[in-house]
Design a protein around this ligand. Structure first.
Ligand SMILES: CC(=O)SCCNC(=O)CCNC(=O)[C@H](O)C(C)(C)COP(=O)(O)OP(=O)(O)OC[C@H]1O[C@@H](n2cnc3c(N)ncnc32)[C@H](O)[C@@H]1OP(=O)(O)O
Ligand SMILES: CC(=O)C(=O)O
Ligand SMILES: [Mg+2]
Length: 368
């Protein structure tokens, strides 16, 4: 089933009488870091109010990483935290339990009436196909109508099964609620029967080796040769990015489990950023700063993008800038960068200051 299985006219009609009208466009709200916390953990819960304004998204996790005995406490903790906290510019998301679990129905029927007005996005794990999104879509509409909500709650799917990856396009187009997708590298690796034991990131065994040197045409197989570690997740992220872009929704990396390896974490996040992802997950407070840094365009890139925009005038034709040809297509890339910088500057005063400071420099360079 695809989006076309519902008539285009019906696609944006509420799925229950009295439910809010679905959005026609998913707002591009900054979401560089989706910070996970366990609402049943008093130490983590205590840190939530201080994180407001410092992270784009706070996510109360109810699924994996929450012990079975704590599922109810996590749900109740999230309700309490949401009711007691003013989230200001920070979005509040939750990750509900899997659709085949004994907890998910209570998750939805508890959270929507209690805190549906505060929840921006519900993340659904282990989504296999459009049918999973259709189920959540209808149930949310019924619960929203009953609770008298005025704004639809958006849905985010985790891509963490082989079938989910095979159906990625239909998942993205299954509902106007679809906000985005995250990579779920740990469950996906298990489902694919990959031979890894990690949560995200690369693997030293997944590599290519340079050709052997040749002397008079004969390969010296004894010579030492450089190896290059490859990215296990390139294919999946690239598919996610295309499916999301096609449907006007947003792709995200996911968890990077080696909390101590901040360098490799930054590398994975940066690859995802360069490929088109808008954000990633943060599992530990120290990953927030990494995500915020990586998923904000650099001052140099914004300066360059602004110079190209200025040099391209009405946006057509070709110009030379610093020895390079710029045209409509490079202009469009630069506009992505400039628009993102503007969105982030609106919520991040420190970034705004940095981008404003180079604004003047790039103006001077364009005039020179
Ligand atoms: C494959 C997947 O599904 S990934 C998504 C599911 N997993 C998660 O959500 C994991 C979330 N993160 C965590 O559970 C924890 O960060 C762990 C288990 C990885 C590490 O926790 P700790 O061993 O307590 O880390 P550490 O000792 O460095 O913590 C330092 C402080 O930060 C707090 N802290 C750690 N993680 C978080 C967090 N995610 N949010 C808020 N506070 C946190 C700790 O409670 C501790 O507080 P304290 O100084 O008051 O004692
Ligand atoms: C993100 C997630 O849930 C996973 O990697 O399994
Ligand atoms: Mg998972």
């Amino acid at each position: 089933m695809t989006a076309a299985s519902r008539s285009p006219k019906d696609f944006f009609r509420p799925l229950a009488v009295g439910a809010p009208t679905p959005l026609r466009e998913i707002p591009a709200r900054p979401s560089r870091a989706i910070h996970f916390f366990d609402p049943s953990n008093p130490k983590m819960a205590a840190k939530v109010p201080d994180m407001v304004g410092k992270v784009d998204v706070l996510l109360g996790n109810l699924e994996d990483a929450i012990k079975a005995d704590n599922k109810e406490a996590a749900r109740e903790g999230l309700v309490r935290i949401a009711q007691e906290t003013d989230f200001g510019p920070t979005q509040l998301w939750t990750r509900i339990n899997a659709l085949d679990s004994p907890w998910v129905l209570d998750d939805l029927t508890t959270l929507v009436p209690a805190i549906g007005d505060k929840l921006d996005v519900i993340m659904v794990p282990k989504v296999q196909g459009a049918e999973d999104i259709h189920y959540v879509d209808r149930l949310l509409a019924q619960l929203e109508a009953k609770a008298g909500l005025e704004k639809p709650i958006l849905v985010h799917a985790i891509l963490e099964t082989a079938r989910g990856v095979a159906n990625v396009e239909e998942i993205c187009g299954a509902s106007p609620r679809m906000q985005g997708l995250s990579l779920g590298p740990a469950d996906l690796a298990a489902d694919r029967r990959m031979k890894t034991t990690r949560v995200g990131g690369g693997h030293p065994g997944y590599l290519v080796r340079e050709d052997p040197p040749r002397i008079d045409g004969v390969a010296n197989l004894e010579a030492s040769r450089a190896t290059y570690q490859q990215d296990l997740w390139h294919y999946t992220i690239a598919r996610m990015v295309d499916a999301c872009a096609m449907h006007g929704i947003y792709p995200y990396y996911g968890p990077f489990g080696d909390i101590s390896d901040t360098t490799a974490c930054e590398d994975q996040f940066r690859n995802a950023f360069l490929l088109g992802c808008v954000g990633t997950w943060s599992l530990h407070p120290k990953q927030i700063a990494i995500a915020n840094r990586v998923f904000s365009p650099s001052v140099e890139d914004v300066a360059h993008a602004r110079r190209v925009v200025a040099a391209m005038g009405d946006g057509t034709g070709a110009v030379m800038l610093d020895g390079k040809m710029e045209d409509d297509a490079s202009l469009k890339q630069c506009l992505v960068m400039v628009e993102l910088a503007e969105q982030l500057a609106a919520v991040d005063p420190e970034l705004k200051q940095q981008y404003d400071a180079i604004g003047a420099d790039s103006d001077e360079q364009s005039e020179a």
